[in-house]
Design a protein around this ligand. Sequence first.
Ligand code: F6R
Length: 367
Amino acid sequence: EKSGYEHFMLKEIFEQPKSIHDTMRGRLLVEEGVIKMAGIWDYIEKFKNANRIIIIACGTSWHAGLIGEYLIEEYARIPVEVEYASEFRYRNPIITDKDVVIAISQSGETADTMAALKLAKEKGAFIYGICNVVDSSIARITDAGSYTHAGPEIGVASTKAFTAQLTILTLIAFKLGKHNGNLGNAEFMSLIAELDAIPKKIEEVLDSTHELVQNIAKDFVNATNFLYLGRGYNYPAALEGALKLKEISYIHAEGYPAAEMKHGPIALIDENMPIVIIAPKKGHYDKIVSNVQEIKARKGKVISVVNCGDTQVSEISDYVIEIPETSECFSPIVASVPLQLLAYYIAVYRGANVDQPRNLAKSVTVE
Ligand code: F6R
């Protein structure tokens, strides 16, 4: 049931403090300084000896995978590749029994992801699942895994499953890093305390940005294009923001790493181009400032997502959405929330069927 919300998507956006908390429950033990994940622990040697980790997924889950790459490479220093399941399965990939393959899937039924996993398994890789739907096909075929405990996601556009996937990937990265010695104890302790506080921060963001984002959305109901830019951890968050907008509002949107702008997309910028920029303080902030200056010089309309109290980017933005400061690795979780709201309200004001967008299905069980 929608519990008083107009759509499942809005309800699910608002459920995120709880769904993230539920995903960490029993796993993140802050006082003890421990991350408990049986699926990882039982196969810790596989992870420890892995040549590399290959993450396989589609759509939003693939975006979570990209952020997983940043997390696992930064904190556990294990090389990670992220692949679209549909590409991986058809390109005769090199896989050996020294590879760990992680599949990410909300539904656990995505045909391409399933086929890619079967292939990896045949070639002897150890396969790990991050699924939301319990006992789904992908959950069953994997050697081990961690469920996201986001609860049922009814809206076709994935929201709370995405942030739950990021939560699991964060836990995995920290656990592996702590175990293999790449993440020192002091940093580990401070990161897990910060992770524990993320649900509270999401709650604050929902409170403080809901009305504001609604008003911003009104000004873009007739937009025909959007660019979303971010760097580092927030480059995949930009891809995800753009995907949310295009799938439910039918406005063409593209996500880009901010520095790639000058290699092409900058040609698109004029006074009619709205550009969403994710610019938290930690993570290439100065570089982003110059990207925003380049956009403003071409009269693009800038909607920025910045940390509370920001001045430099805020001063030159047309619209400013503030989120609390976090370590860089958590910023995509927090920044995604107002971008979900933005896509939602633009779609609602355009009269679109946000819970069941045209041409899309919740589980893509055919390739
Ligand atoms: C986007 C969306 C899709 C799915 C993709 C993978 O909002 O819902 O892009 O993320 O079809 O689905 P799962 O995660 O079920 O494998």
